[in-house]
Every structure is written in C-alpha cells, then in structure tokens.
Design a protein around this ligand. Structure first.
Ligand code: SF4
Ligand code: SF4
Length: 186
C-alpha cells in the first residue's frame, strides 16, 4: 500500500473551487470506500477514487491533479450510484480532470491525447470520425502499431469509413465547443 503524506498544508482555495464547480459537498464523505469497491478501474488507478476524494477534502491539490486516475476514469458513475451520502463522485472526477487540463497536468499522456483527438474530431465533424481520430492520435503519440491487429479484422467488414459522414447540426456542435472555450477563458 502506498502511504501518502497529507500533513503538508491544505489548499482551501482548491477545496472551495472543486465544491463550487461540482456542486458537491466534500465534507460529506466519511471514507466508507464503497465508491472504490465498485470502480472498474481501481486496479489501474495510482490513487483509488475514495482516496482522491480524501485528498481533495484535505486540499492536496498537487497530489490530486497529477494523479493518473483522473485520466483513466471512464465516467461510468458506479461510484456516484454507490455513495451512501449521495455525493456525485463521478462529477467530482470530471471537475478535477478539467482542472488538471486547464492547469497543464498531462496525467497519462496517451489517454489525454486520445481524448484530445476524440474531441477535435467531434468539434470538426459534428460527431466522431474514426479514421481522422486515429490519424490525429497516431501522429501525436507515434504509436503506429496500436490496434493494428484489430484494424485488419475490422476493415474487411466495412466498419471503417474513410470520409466523415454528413451530419445535420454540425454547426450547433461547433458552437458548444466555442462556448466552452469562451467560458473557460473568462
Ligand atoms: S466514474 Fe470513474 S471513478 Fe467512478 S466508478 Fe466509474 S471509473 Fe471509477
Ligand atoms: S462512497 Fe461516498 S462516502 Fe464512501 S468513500 Fe466514496 S465518496 Fe466517500
């Protein structure tokens, strides 16, 4: 078990900001561990989700925002559903990930790059265009042979299209991205 020293000073601005952005009251958590017990990614996390909540309560900004767990979270909401105190834990993870992104913490670089490529594709095409996403991801990570075997199986089945499909409401989707950028730079 990793021992994390939280005796260093509490960043209360960080605690306040997480509570404001998530609309959740961190002090309600009494560390029962039910969120961690139900989290499908606990085995991959460097810090289990209940400990992320504890560290956030204790204002340990640096430790929390550099955690790989934020980037591996699948937003499955199992933690939220299991919390006896009705804390929206998945929402807190989301807020922390946004905060980490804003403040330049890269977490797991390949996962962040995948997310960025996914979002870029949706912004540009109104929905995800798989080939564009892959090209973007590979060019930024150099992982040319990732899922190569899978690609060989899927291609003959015609599951992959080489041109983005036309989509209604593309401009509306682009507006959502523009609004996000405007809001987050205020
Ligand atoms: S939302 Fe994230 S932290 Fe919560 S259970 Fe799912 S993967 Fe784990
Ligand atoms: S389930 Fe809720 S109360 Fe229990 S550790 Fe997780 S966040 Fe805290």
């Amino acid at each position: 078990m990793n021992v994390i020293n939280i005796s260093s000073s509490c960043n209360s601005d960080f605690v306040r900001q997480v509570e404001e952005e998530s609309g959740q009251q961190l002090s309600l958590c009494y560390q029962c561990g039910k969120c961690t017990a139900g989290c499908p990614y606990t085995t991959e996390y460097d810090i289990p989700v209940s400990q992320i909540i504890r560290l956030t309560q204790a204002g340990q900004k640096e430790l929390v925002l550099k955690s790989k767990s934020l980037w591996l979270c699948a937003t499955c909401e199992s933690c939220t559903a299991r919390c006896p105190n009705k804390i929206d834990v998945a929402r807190i993870m989301d807020v922390l990930r946004h905060m980490a992104r804003r403040e330049g913490y890269s977490g797991v670089k390949t996962v962040k790059t995948f997310w960025d490529s996914f979002l870029h594709s949706v912004q540009k095409n109104g929905r995800v265009f798989e080939v564009g996403l892959l090209a973007n991801y590979i060019s930024h990570t150099g992982r040319f042979w990732t899922d190569f075997g899978l690609g060989r199986k899927v291609l003959p089945k015609g599951k992959i299209h080489f041109k983005p499909s036309a989509m209604q409401g593309k401009e509306e989707v682009a507006k959502i991205f523009r609004r996000y950028v405007e809001e987050s730079t205020k």
